[in-house]
Design a protein around this ligand. Structure first.
Ligand code: HOZ
Length: 440
């Protein structure tokens, strides 16, 4: 390979980079939603990011509301995080052996989320979800699982049925390459539908290993599980000996310091999931995820128990340094109050601008996560999300992008505000929205 391969500078525009990418990478991207297929147009190739901003290959600056799909809660290039990463990298990139830092990270997560007694670190949300599922099946000795339409738990076979996010973008109910036998034990129900869960437990209760859900779904935009639905899920799982598994890859340390489960625990006395899957914020922008739960369940994992799971880069020393520094920063007093207020001001500003333009619009947020819909009512499930105005969303997306506001390129994705977003950034975003709404 010549050095030219690495130093090619010709064609640095987004279009030419995309053309070049499509020759060597399927669809030109390493994760489907990035290809802009849902909204059309050319993806922006990002050169660098700082604070609340990203700059593309053509030198254009964007206010970033994706934040790497959630991890960048402090904004890009936070000095304390970068310092921790640089120091860790100097000490060694990977050892494949235990380190004190991974113990510290496990302790930090457990201190912040009391339902976790033990936790295992892995490298991606998909890996964490897949491992949690295997563990739930191994610990209960049962095969069937319940998931909900529009909830995405990574791309492991058994969970890749009627998921949101990229699958919704491309209109696939499930992926090719997943044999029917592999998903025969996966029951897919409607989110927030109490009747359906009652029925499923009445029919399959003794065979159910677990119910897995995003407590606030972030892969069909932003849809909260209702309190009656969550309360009934907990009761049914307890009654039938199934494990309640929270996928907090998106919501973990993002919607509250104690994650979404702390919010439900305030609303439902004694509420707790049996297992939780984390990713995104706990890695602060590096590949790191985790799954944890009660000691009884976690002790079924190898080397203690019969459920196998392993990973060369699990608990990577640079990723754990990044995650620890991030958790330290977000644990500072007042962090979530300030982040929540900023996110709320964005959502209220957008809603007000839409109202002024006479556009049917609804929006919601929690902590540093938000969602909005071109429809008057907040959707409660995937079908209702699908019924919102997609064409209007797409025109809004492009209008905002042209004005330097980078939103998720599909209406099935939640958005993220970071601590680096200023009141001026929010006002500039709302002003851009006013202009775009006026032309919709
Ligand atoms: N699964 C992510 C959306 N919910 C997309 C991740 C990415 O493209 O980086």
């Amino acid at each position: 390979m010549s050095t030219e391969t690495f130093s090619a500078t010709a064609g640095r525009g987004n279009e030419s980079l995309f053309a070049r990418a499509q020759r060597v990478i399927p669809g030109g991207v390493n994760s489907p939603v990035r290809a802009f297929r849902a909204v059309g147009g050319t993806p922006r190739f990002i050169d660098r990011a700082q604070g609340a901003y990203m700059w593309d290959a053509e030198g254009r600056r964007y206010i970033d509301y994706i934040g790497s799909w959630g991890p960048m809660i402090l904004g890009h290039g936070h000095p304390a995080v970068l310092e921790a990463v640089h120091r860790a990298a100097d000490e060694g990139l990977s050892f494949g052996a235990p380190t004190e830092r991974e113990v510290e990270l496990a302790e930090a997560i457990i201190a912040l989320v009391p339902t976790i007694e033990q936790i295992r670190l892995v490298s991606s949300g998909t890996e964490a979800g897949m491992s949690a599922l295997r563990l739930a099946r191994g610990a209960t000795g049962r095969s069937k699982i319940i998931k909900f339409e529009g909830c995405y738990h990574g791309h492991a076979d058994a969970l890749l049925v009627k998921a949101g996010s990229g699958l919704a973008t491309f209109g696939f109910p499930t992926s090719a390459g997943v044999p029917p036998e592999v998903v025969q034990h996966t029951l897919v129900l409607e989110y927030n539908n109490v009747e359906q869960i009652e029925e499923a437990f009445a029919t399959h209760g003794p065979e159910l290993a677990c119910v897995m859900l995003e407590p606030i779904a972030g892969n069909m935009n932003f849809v909260r599980a209702s309190v009656p639905f969550m309360r009934r899920l907990r009761e049914l799982c307890t009654e039938h000996g199934a494990l309640l598994v929270f996928d907090e890859v998106m919501t973990g340390f993002r919607v509250a310091l104690g994650s979404a489960q702390s919010l439900y625990a305030q609303l439902i006395p004694g509420f707790r999931p049996d297992m939780t899957v984390f990713g995104k914020v706990i890695g602060g922008g590096m590949p790191l995820a985790a799954f944890g739960g009660t000691r009884a369940v976690m002790s079924q994992l190898a080397p203690l128990g019969p459920v196998y799971q392993a990973g060369t880069l699990s608990g990577n020393p640079v990723a754990t340094a990044c995650g620890l520094a991030t958790l330290r920063e977000i644990s500072r007093p007042g962090f979530f109050e300030a982040l929540s207020a900023r996110t709320r001001s964005l959502v209220d500003g957008l809603a007000e601008a839409a109202r002024a333009a006479g556009i049917a619009f609804s929006a919601d947020c929690q902590g540093g996560m938000f969602g909005f819909f071109f429809g008057a009512e907040l959707p409660q499930n995937y079908a209702a999300v699908m019924a919102t105005d997609k064409e209007r969303f797409n025109r809004f997306f492009h209008g905002m992008l042209q004005r330097g506001v980078y939103l998720a390129p599909a209406l099935y994705e939640a958005g993220f505000v970071s601590a680096a977003h200023t009141a001026q950034d929010i006002e500039a975003t709302v002003q851009a929205a006013r202009e775009v709404f006026a032309g919709l």
